[in-house]
Design a protein around this ligand. Structure first.
Ligand SMILES: Nc1ncnc2c1ncn2[C@@H]1O[C@H](COP(=O)(O)OP(=O)(O)OP(=O)(O)O)[C@@H](O)[C@H]1O
Ligand SMILES: [Mg+2]
Length: 367
């Protein structure tokens, strides 16, 4: 994140000198000589912290502080004044200022105060990210429970419908006018059955931890499943490590995850694109297996990227919007993480990290 500071001070010499000194500390500074300019600058671009002189020409700094915070509640405000009046300090803090500095001050005093402000900015951002992830996890859990409850009963009902439609279809004389209707009904039942299978797969993601499996196996299985069929027109490059990479997940969950990503890549590239699959071992504190799937399609638009992990979000007429949400769920329940974005060449890039056994644990395991 770019650390940006707004200095609101009518003392141009002080503002310019301070902004130059702070630029050397990697702070991106803007200067406003009055309240109106400060408001305009804050509207124009995001600023996390503002340094406000309480004596701003004829303007009342405390009143400006209150208005700034009312309009930009996330802004962290540090008040400064050459007139060290306790009253104005209390008034400014009451108006919501975060800190108070008495002019003149040394650069290191200012830096310490600003460091505290930007730490608060980062903490707030981390909290917001955690809350978003929790809300998403909650949505996924609700969908998963709903899926578990509904899909079982639906599956049984569909089996009955399918059996009956097949009897009707088979019993119709050749050329009968009802034949296309029976055929369409059977096809619809088949696609409903496919949807139910996907919902059941979603619900299964939460099941008990599995014995460690070599991730290369389900990856090869998914590639060979689709390589000759649904993705036959695509170039699939698969780069797997020479040694086993064992992770405690059910192999069919990994296979389903990769099938979802490959089908997404096929849809995005019109079935004629290229997909690179890379599996590697990462050791960053703990051991992770990283699966990266990147295609050469158009990538995600900004609007899609905002909502792409929401269960049931889709931009495809026939999509169910469960593919990426399912992988996200799998990652969260196994202690890993999942993210999507656009690669350097502009195509979609998905990264799934899963906990795995380290090299030392592997040497004792069956290779
Ligand atoms: N490789 C990709 N390139 C561009 N956009 C993608 C890619 N993968 C997914 N998307 C976008 O993300 C959306 C959600 O994907 P997701 O796999 O969750 O659901 P879906 O593919 O629409 O439906 P399904 O449940 O059948 O997978 C897609 O509708 C599409 O807009
Ligand atoms: Mg999909």
């Amino acid at each position: 994140m770019n650390r940006r500071l707004l200095i609101i001070d009518d003392d141009a010499d002080f503002a310019v000198a301070t902004s130059r000194a702070l630029a050397l500390e990697n702070l991106d500074c803007r200067i406003a000589p009055d309240g109106a300019t400060a408001f305009a600058l804050l509207e124009a671009e995001p600023v996390q912290v503002a340094l406000l002189d309480i004596r701003l020409g004829q303007e009342d700094g405390v009143e400006i502080a209150a208005r700034l915070l009312a309009r930009h509640p996330g802004l962290i405000l540090v008040i400064m004044t050459a007139y060290a009046s306790v009253d104005s300090a209390i008034a400014a803090l009451k108006a919501g200022a975060y800190d108070y500095l008495r002019k003149p001050f040394f650069l290191d005093q200012l830096m310490r105060a600003l460091e505290r402000c930007f730490q608060l900015v980062e903490l707030r951002a981390a909290k917001a990210r955690a809350e978003r992830q929790l809300a998403l996890l909650h949505r996924i859990e609700v969908t998963s429970q709903l899926a578990a409850g509904l899909s079982h009963d639906f599956k049984n009902m569909l089996a009955v419908i399918q059996a009956n439609v097949t009897v009707i279809e088979d019993g119709l004389p050749i050329g009968d006018g009802l034949f296309p209707y029976a055929r369409d009904a059977r096809k619809a039942v088949q696609s409903a059955d496919g949807l139910v299978q996907r919902l059941m797969g979603f619900a299964r993601n939460g099941s008990a931890p599995a014995a460690p499996v070599d991730l290369r196996d389900p990856i090869r299985a998914a590639v060979s499943l689709l390589g000759g069929t649904l993705c036959a027109g695509m170039t699939i490059r698969c780069d797997l490590p020479d040694h086993p990479l064992r992770s405690p997940v059910a192999p069919e969950q990994i296979q389903t995850a990769l099938v979802n990503l490959l089908i997404n890549a096929r849809d995005a590239t019109g079935g004629q694109g290229r997909v690179d699959i890379v599996l590697q071992h990462l050791s960053q504190g703990s051991d992770y297996a990283r699966l990266v799937v990147e295609d050469d399609g158009p990538g995600f638009s900004a609007a899609t990227l905002e909502r792409v992990m929401e269960p049931l979000f889709t931009t495809k007429p026939e999509g169910t919007g469960l593919g990426l949400a399912m992988i996200q769920h799998l990652a969260l329940v196994t202690g890993g993480s999942f993210g999507v974005g656009n690669g350097v060449m502009g195509g979609a890039r998905a990264v799934l990290d899963l906990p795995c056994l380290g090299q030392d644990q592997l040497s004792g395991a069956n290779m």
